[in-house]
Design a protein around this ligand. Structure first.
Ligand code: NAD
Length: 487
């Protein structure tokens, strides 16, 4: 059967190969229900083999100590991604349901990381310390070894490259485990690097399969030195506990429940449209979504009215239709979970707009949820406290600055935050008080290749992007030289 994205085997040791089971997993287009790709259902043994091959390649291949080669490899791969951007964007939309415009943007973000870290590979400097007259210490940066890169389905290409590119730039060998739902588009990206001669066999390996089998096995493997995980906080905790047994290095990029605060002196013409895109981009399936909006009481009426109008004007439908603003939810079970939260929202608060699955006409074939806004909701409600990961915005009001800060910081997450005010003193004060890895001021979701993102509290450990996102894939080696004269 000809599939829109294709059928892919695992790619291990520089070869395409079937998994131990030989079985396939199919992925559907969440907008239509059609099967679009199939990939191998790998076993724990496949994960073990891939990790062992990566470990051997790390030690034997000309890679770990050849930054120019690594830079060239990444630049060539980025160029191929650029050439094939439109085709990859379509695949991304077919597997995730996101609007094609957003898919094109995602590809650009991914290519940006590849190019940024391709350059950075050549400037991975260490330091020296002239400790005393006859002693020089050299602190050099070396790769960690084998890095397992475990990726979620919401931004499968950008989030892959955000960490794979620096892991490779730093000289590591890698084993990738994509999310099951977006394995097809991930494999299409991998197929663009297989004939780049600068990549030695065994440095980039990828196996597909379920998280609890293949992903978990990578977390257990002795030959894996570091796990780079992006996904939910619940899975992050499981991985952290498992990785402790072999003392792996860990970087965890986890969930969020981010708040954006609109003060009465904000430029509402900018803040309100941003409030809409900050939650309804990718149908709310974005870790940094501003899923909680906090509005100062004096401007609440105007904000509520405009939010409702704007949410109701969003066109929801098949992501391939250029005119649609919001696409399908990527997974049926995820849609059902969102609908359950909406029911809790009806119980604990008031629905300002939306609040249901969309099933008119063609929408009945897919997993579509109306852009939903919930007001009059107490802070204790699970709708305010838990990550819904869907197109659901809660809007709460406050009187004073301190109250807003307390509400914004009042969940177990700490991934991102937003502050809207034209009073620079206030904006800076509040941004500094946010217990979150990012504080955007008079903007939101400006995710930049060269700047770090990551979580406080249960939103994670470590940072991705920027310099920190490269250094985490290195160990510091201390070489100490004694040149005292002979006694
Ligand atoms: P998830 O935790 O279910 O899965 C993420 C990845 O981990 C998938 O590849 C999955 O197969 C794998 N996995 C699942 N169980 C595993 C296990 N026991 N051992 C090893 N691997 C396992 O998350 P998801 O539903 O794919 O993604 C959505 C979540 O990711 C949301 O919570 C979102 O906020 C978070 N996220 C965070 C960031 C960030 O940068 N902080 C970015 C995107 C998404």
């Amino acid at each position: 059967m000809e599939l829109a994205i294709g059928s892919f085997q695992n790619y291990v040791g520089g070869k395409w190969c079937t998994s131990e089971t030989g079985e396939w997993m199919e992925q559907i287009n969440p907008a239509t229900g059609e099967i679009v790709s199939r990939v191998q259902k790998s076993s724990p043994k496949d994960a073990t083999e891939a990790a062992q091959i990566a470990a051997k390649a790390f030690l034997k291949q000309d890679w770990a100590f050849n930054p120019r080669k690594r830079s060239a490899a990444l630049f060539k791969w980025a160029a191929k991604m650029r050439e094939n951007r439109e085709e990859l964007a379509k695949m991304l939309t077919l597997e995730t349901g996101k609007p094609i415009r957003e898919a094109r943007g995602e590809l650009l973000g991914a290519i940006g990381y590849m190019e940024y870290y391709a350059s950075a590979a050549r400037t991975l400097y260490g330091t020296t310390n002239a400790v005393d007259q006859n002693t020089l210490s050299i602190l050099s940066r070396e790769p960690v070894g084998v890095v397992a890169v475990i990726v979620p389905w919401n931004y499968p290409v950008t989030l892959l490259m955000r960490d794979l590119a620096p892991a490779l730039a730093a000289g590591n060998a890698t084993v990738i485990k994509p999310a099951r739902q977006t394995s097809g588009v991930t494999m299409a990206c991998i197929s663009l690097m297989t004939d780049i001669e600068e990549f030695p066999p065994g440095i980039v390996n990828i196996i597909t399969g379920s998280g609890s089998t293949t992903g978990m096995q990578l977390t257990r493997e002795k030959t894996v030195d570091m796990v780079q995980f992006t996904g939910s906080s619940d899975t992050g905790k499981v991985i952290m506990a498992e990785a402790a047994k072999t003392m792996k290095k860990l970087s965890l990029e986890l969930g969020g429940k981010s708040a954006s605060i609109i003060f009465e002196d904000a430029d509402l013409n900018k803040a309100i449209p941003f409030a809409i895109t900050s939650i309804f981009t990718n149908a709310g399936q974005l870790c940094t979504s501003a899923s909680r909006l906090l509005v100062q009481e004096s401007v609440a009426e105007q904000v509520f009215k405009e939010l409702k109008e704007r949410a109701e004007s969003l066109k929801v439908g098949n992501g391939l239709d250029e005119s649609n603003d919001m696409g399908a939810i990527t997974i049926e079970s995820q849609m059902n979970s969102i609908l359950d939260y909406i029911e809790i929202g009806k119980r604990d608060g008031k629905i300002l707009t939306g609040g249901k699955r969309l099933t008119e006409g063609e929408l009945a074939k897919g997993f579509f949820v109306a852009p939903t806004i919930i007001t009059d909701i107490p802070c204790e409600s699970p709708v305010v406290q838990e990550e819904i990961f869907g197109p659901v915005l809660t809007v709460q009001t406050f009187k004073e600055e301190d109250e807003a800060v307390e509400m914004a910081n009042g969940t177990s997450f700490g991934l991102a935050s937003g502050v809207w005010s034209q009073d620079i003193d206030r904006a800076m004060r509040v941004a500094r008080k946010m217990r979150a890895g990012t504080a955007w001021v008079n903007t939101y979701n400006r995710l930049l290749n060269e700047c770090e993102t990551g979580g406080y509290k249960e939103s994670g450990i470590g940072r991705s992007g920027g310099t920190e996102g490269l250094l985490k894939f290195t160990e510091v080696k201390h070489i100490c030289i004694d040149f005292s004269p002979k006694a």
